[in-house]
Design a protein around this ligand. Sequence first.
Ligand code: U5P
Length: 225
Amino acid sequence: MDVVFALGGSVLMPKEGASTENIQNYAEAFKKLKEMGHRVSVVVGGGNTARQYISVAREFTNESFCDEIGILATRMNSMLLISALGKDAVKHVPENFKDAELILNMDKILVMGGTHPAHTTDAVSATLAEFIDADLLVIATNVDGVYDKDPRCNEDAVKLDKINTKELLEITGSASMSAGSSGVVDPLASKIIDRAKLKTIVVKGIPEEILASVTENHNGTTITP
Ligand code: U5P
């Protein structure tokens, strides 16, 4: 299967910072998927690094420039994962989808971060999945699926096992577009998922769920056209 993963920066680079064991566990999961015969792309988020830089820069500058800072954080996190993937990856973080596809055609795991301001790496992963005609997009994040309302501020929020792309648009449509925002799926990504008719799974970003996402035995939310 041709699978694109959006790996939330907050799981790769949590508040406590990077840990060798953590990065290694993710690298092992992606290598295993490649060994199983899947074509693997990983779009890495900016995590706490991006959010810290953006929160200070915002006092001085506009959102687009904050986005540019966020993009650099996503590329640094990508380099960290590339370093742990060794010969299964290429020591280059592509900045557009044409270069990204060349890396996949070299039979390597593709790792990339952001591209342009005004969206998150969720939107990058959805566009990449559309561009390379992937079979599946997996959004591996810090929540375990899509809820009917934000579970961080609604105790009665209910996790949805299966939804369609129109329902995803309704749930995520009102999310913030400011630099560093962290809704479960960025509203632009939801629109791309809908237009590209992409089968998408939202799972908790732990190696076990990343491996399970290709088997249907995951505990997340499945989104279908
Ligand atoms: N960002 C962009 N464009 C991209 C990727 C990221 O502007 O293509 C910026 C956003 O401000 C985003 C931040 O919130 O970098 C960190 O990425 P993420 O972890 O939210 O995906």
